[in-house]
Design a protein around this ligand. Structure first.
Ligand SMILES: Cc1ncc(COP(=O)(O)O)c(C=O)c1O
Length: 480
């Protein structure tokens, strides 16, 4: 296994946590100096006073804009300043903000039935049928509803352990599966894992290396190549503990993101999922694919796993599934979700009727014949623009791209691939000043995930590329 690599990365994350610690006084001083209007600043001060500092926004920017309104790929802050949305609520709003058909479905359902505690209603039953048929898993499939991505992951893990009678779940290093008490032990995204791990929350969880072409083969990055899966195979074969021994595998499931999203939009080699499927089949282990962020069109196919010519046993889905409202689903082979009896799993807020109605509108849009081909066209157009920028901006070390799933890696020099986290922070902060909202992530904090709406207009892609060109020049000049 790749614990050495894991521990080295944890050290870096630990340092980042220390850097991120901030007092209310420091935040108030940042707000005074921030380039926002007075309404936004007054709201930001209130947020410091009344909201937990543990939310995402203070980790994203020195002071994040307060978003009051959204329309398609554009957002407006409390003072009416416009921003290009290159985040889409981390892929929650994949059809753009306030997509008309989704808004209409929400309005119509709100006048009919808001919610009914975990009992069936027509929208929910129709949605279960629809997701089963769209899952791409052959044979009979079933659905278990929830509210959030973490909730779906917890349910999938519970179902896998119940069905197999085994305790262990193996996850890829760098994956993000949530930060609830039940999922934090499964999450190893570099900036989360070490930073916020309190106590031993990884009981019955094991880790293996995530392969990525750009970093594979570098001595200090062992675990980024496909050889990590050989170690996993040997481990399950009984040469290592604690995953059982020959003939006594105690692993219920391998749980992975098909592409590693929150950690920075890394796309693994095509062989990754194929090899995991082979290992699962060899040792009778279930394969759970967490498609919470990659699913429903982001990668140019309905599910990211469909790029790999395999089938999972269980899929988790959320984020854009509810069209901006809380909704999640576990979609699995029927025998897995039928193993337990009535009331084995209860969630009073699951499958809210309005969320389900919104979900039907989302699925109508995504399954329309032209939708995915258009996602691929826009993704190729965006990636071609970025590749052109890379010709004159040496800090762009690598571009991952599939559909509108795009991740950029920033380096100080291309030959040695030295990560450039500070340069990326400069890029993001200048971009925000010019009206472009960008996230950052990565094993080395040097990854820029681009997460536009799947129907982003070409004109907004062009505007994004133009801002990018400017901010890259400025940041590269500063870095020398
Ligand atoms: C792949 C993946 N799984 C699970 C989650 C957790 O989802 P939520 O924040 O809705 O609980 C996320 C959130 O970013 C995710 O990207």
């Amino acid at each position: 296994m790749t614990q050495g690599n894991h521990i080295a990365l944890e050290g870096a994350a630990q340092r980042r946590r220390e850097e991120r610690r901030v007092t209310e006084e420091e935040l108030l001083a940042r707000i005074d100096a921030a380039p926002y209007g007075e309404k936004s600043k007054a709201l930001a001060r209130k947020a410091v006073r009344y909201e937990s500092l543990g939310g995402a926004s203070w980790g994203l920017f020195p002071v994040a804009p307060i978003i009051e309104r959204g329309e398609g790929s554009l957002l407006y802050d409390a003072d009416g300043t416009e921003y290009i949305d290159m985040l889409s609520g981390f892929s929650v709003s994949n059809l753009g903000n306030c997509f008309p058909a989704v808004t209409e479905a929400i309005r119509a359902q709100a006048g009919k039935l808001t919610h009914f505690f975990d009992l069936d209603h027509p929208e929910r039953i129709r949605l279960a049928e629809r997701l089963s048929k769209l899952s791409g898993i052959s044979g009979k499939t079933k659905v278990l509803f929830g509210t959030t991505g973490s909730d779906a992951v917890e349910s999938a893990v519970r179902a896998a352990r119940y069905y197999t009678g085994r305790p262990y779940i193996l996850v890829a290093n760098g994956d993000y599966h949530g930060v609830t008490a039940g999922t934090i032990g499964l999450t190893t995204r570099a900036t989360i894992r070490a930073g916020y791990l309190d106590g031993n929350q990884s009981g019955s969880v094991g880790f293996f290396g995530f392969p990525h072409e750009y970093r594979a083969g570098l001595a200090e990055n062992c675990g980024f190549g496909m050889e990590a899966l050989d170690a996993l195979d040997r481990s399950l074969g009984g040469n290592f503990t604690p995953y059982g021994g020959a003939g006594n595998v105690n692993v219920a499931a391998i749980l992975v993101e098909p592409f590693q999203s929150s950690n920075g939009y890394y796309i693994p080699p095509r062989a990754y999922l194929k090899e995991l499927r082979r290992i699962c089949d060899t040792y009778g282990v279930l394969l759970i694919l967490d498609e919470v962020q990659t699913g429903l069109g982001r990668t140019g196919k309905l599910w990211a796993y469909q790029h790999s010519d395999i089938e999972p046993d269980i899929i988790t889905s959320s984020k854009t599934l509810g069209g901006g409202l809380p909704l999640s689903a576990v979609i699995a082979k029927a025998e897995i979700l039928s193993a337990w009896g009535p009331t084995a799993h209860i969630n009073t807020q699951a499958a809210n009727a309005i969320s389900c109605a919104a979900s039907h509108a989302v699925l109508d849009a995504i399954t329309a014949p032209d939708f995915l081909p258009e996602v691929n066209k826009r993704g190729d157009y965006f990636a071609a623009g970025l590749a052109k920028l890379a010709e004159t901006h040496p800090s762009i070390g690598y571009i991952d791209h599939q559909g509108l799933y795009i991740g950029l890696e920033f380096v100080l020099d291309r030959e040695r691939k030295t990560p450039a986290p500070n340069l990326l922070q400069d890029i993001r902060i200048s971009a925000l000043r010019k009206g472009l909202i960008l996230d950052s992530a990565g094993h080395y904090d040097n990854r820029l995930p681009l997460i536009p709406a799947l129907n982003i207009p070409y004109e907004i892609i062009d505007r994004t590329l133009a801002i990018f060109d400017e901010v890259l020049s400025e940041a590269e000049q500063k870095a020398g």
